[in-house]
Write a protein that binds this ligand. Structure first.
Ligand code: AMP
Length: 276
């Protein structure tokens, strides 16, 4: 596995590979890799000839009171996992490589970036869209693998790619969960044993909404909200259209939720099909 830390070196490698008609699979991450990230790498390995993992903790997507400095970082473990997953290239730029100057350019996906996660974390999706646009510019034409776990991020990236005609196929990968249902997340490392137990209320609420026979999204939201008592607070729980993140008037819908347990913020989502 080749480790590169400059955009120039990445471009050179990937342009060469594309000139041999090799497809590039890009897996953008913030590191602290777990089985969720590995599932993206494995899918890229099956579908493309050159698998590139990027590890970059993007300051632009963290709010001033968020966990940028504390975010778990473990490059040794990340590179071992990328090697195990048979990635070809690990791209690990430092902040000055991605942000040589304070950017004046904003990438704002109007509306989509303002609801739910966007409203709970102002500026978050502008930071995500900016860094993903930069990674796509650095990598060039590729298939890019994103987790359904971050469903609104996926919708923002898909819309950005369409709006900017970026030469990227966005591939959505299913959420990987622990056996008890908790979605894997690098931030789960912040949870104590007792907090982790309480965090399970979020997937349980989403699964209950999915499995209920009620066809009305608003009453499903009430059902789910009633199951979140163990969280310290709830940012939102809603049934939305998975592309626009507007409230869904009917099923099918994506049930999305965000809670806080201690100092940890958890998000999750589950698709609810139309009732038969
Ligand atoms: P992150 O490092 O948290 O920015 O995540 C990098 C990529 O991995 C994103 O596309 C996430 O949606 C995806 N991802 C994170 N957790 C999971 C999970 N539990 N299952 C599937 N994909 C995930």
């Amino acid at each position: 596995m080749m480790i590169v830390d400059t955009i120039e070196a990445l471009r050179e490698v990937l342009n060469f590979e594309r000139s041999s008609r090799h497809r590039v699979g890009l897996v953008p991450t913030m590191g602290a890799l777990h089985a969720g990230h590995r599932s993206l790498l494995e899918r890229a390995r099956v579908e493309t000839e050159v698998v590139v993992a990027s590890v970059f903790v993007n300051p632009a997507q963290f709010g001033p009171s968020e966990d940028y400095l504390d975010y778990p970082r473990d490059l040794d473990s990340d590179s071992a996992q990328c090697r195990d997953a048979r990635a070809d290239v690990l791209f690990v730029p430092d902040v000055s490589q991605i942000y040589p100057r304070e950017p004046l350019t904003r990438v704002h996906v109007e509306g989509l970036a303002d609801r739910y996660e966007g409203s709970a974390r102002p500026g978050h999706f502008d930071g995500v869209a900016l860094v993903v646009a930069k990674l796509f510019n650095a990598a060039g034409a590729c298939r890019a693998y994103f987790g359904q776990k971050d469903a609104q991020q996926l919708a923002v990236v898909r819309r950005m790619v369409q709006d900017l005609n970026q030469p990227v196929d966005v591939v959505a990968c299913e959420t990987v969960r622990d056996a008890d249902g908790l979605a894997l997340s690098s931030r789960n490392a912040y949870l104590s044993g007792e907090q982790r137990e309480r965090a399970l209320c979020l997937p349980r609420a989403l699964f209950a909404m999915r499995d209920a026979s009620d066809p009305d999204p608003r009453s499903l939201e009430r059902l789910g909200a009633g199951m979140l008592d163990e969280a310290d607070s709830t940012d939102y729980l809603a049934c939305v259209d998975p592309e626009t993140f507007e409230p869904a008037p009917s099923l099918p819908a994506l049930a999305i939720g965000a809670i806080r347990v201690g100092r940890t913020r958890l998000i999750d989502n589950v698709m609810i099909e139309a009732r038969s």
